[in-house]
Write a protein that binds this ligand. Structure first.
Ligand code: ADP
Ligand code: MG
Length: 297
């Protein structure tokens, strides 16, 4: 059941063009939507989740017209919004049961079994009787996934679920996501490259509402081949010189020195050594090429 997006555009009333003629095909399994803040990720996800309409373009889930057949989509959808803001004083168990009713699970026995299974799956069983308002950030996100999984959705959308989680909570959360069945579409948006590397077999990078890259992370890495070079630099003035001479991919602090990574088809000299490309290189290079092309236009 693929999700096909064609020519999707959206401009908000304040003039911000959040999506620009976006084309994307998303198959089963985990799809990573990677982009910086303001890229248009949440706009795209809200549109797929039928919460807002595009100005133009189409979204098809198999033979369902997503923009037009909202009710049909909603029966198949599990959605964890970026701001899942309501954590009332009622318990996780009661809230999940309530949300199950809202999702149409009216049979009490079926609902009890479903809610209990989800509380176990998301490791919230022991906290099920505690008020949601007392849950930690990681527990809230896991509760968010539990509610998104109610009623066996075929399309699951999670918008920046790992933002703000500590490393242990983040790993627990990613493991949970990866345990979701393979016969469903899971779209994960994030600005954290590692999330995509660990979890997704397909990905897209978007920036300023435009698609920069679509494909498998492994393929994207292959295109960089042996063209990434690295060097540790401690001297600020050398850094400035290198920035003027070479195509810098990233400069990151590493033990008090700057790790400079450059893109070059041949040995750039100056003591650089070849290194394996990583997904961050792919991300930074695409972002930089996009910025450069916009300056020209
Ligand atoms: P992301 O989720 O990737 O951070 P968003 O889809 O939230 O990106 O935002 C894309 C752009 O659209 C941003 O410039 C943002 O400020 C703008 N935007 C988002 N929502 C609205 C809105 N409701 N009204 C006006 N502008 C918005
Ligand atoms: Mg967002």
């Amino acid at each position: 059941m693929p999700l096909t997006i064609t020519g999707l555009s959206k401009t908000y009333s304040n003039g911000v063009q959040a999506l620009k003629d976006l084309n994307l095909t998303i198959g089963n399994n985990m799809f990573g939507l990677l982009g910086p803040n303001g890229a248009g990720k949440s706009t795209l996800m809200r549109t797929i989740a039928t919460l807002q309409e595009p100005d133009s373009g189409e979204i098809w889930l198999d033979n369902i017209n997503v923009v037009k057949q909202k009710e049909t989509v909603r029966r198949l959808l599990g959605y964890l919004p970026q701001e899942f803001g309501v954590y009332p004083k009622i318990s996780g168990l009661d809230m999940l049961s309530h949300l199950a009713v809202m999702k149409g699970v009216t049979n009490a026995g079926e609902r009890k079994a479903m809610v209990e299974a989800l509380l176990n799956q998301t490791n919230l069983w022991d906290a099920r009787k505690k008020a949601l308002s007392t849950y930690s950030g990681g527990m809230k996100q896991r509760f968010g996934i539990a509610q998104a999984l109610l009623a066996n959705p075929k399309l699951i959308i999670v918008d920046e679920p790992t933002a703000g989680l500590d490393p242990a909570e983040r790993h627990r959360f990613l493991n949970l996501l990866s345990s979701i069945g393979r016969d469903v579409i899971v779209i994960l948006s994030t600005h954290i490259v590692e999330d995509v590397r660990e979890l997704c077999n397909r990905m897209a990078i978007i920036s300023n509402g435009e698609l920069l890259l679509e494909g498998a992370p492994a393929e994207a890495l292959e295109t960089l081949g042996s063209r990434i070079w690295s060097k540790l630099v401690t001297d600020e003035s050398e850094l400035t010189t290198l920035e003027a001479q070479l195509q810098i991919v990233s400069v990151q602090l590493l033990g008090g020195a700057h790790e400079v990574r450059v893109y070059s088809e041949t040995d750039p000299g100056s003591g650089f050594r070849p290194v394996d490309a990583n997904l961050e290189d792919v991300y930074f290079l695409n972002m930089e090429r996009h910025t450069a092309s916009q300056k020209v236009n």
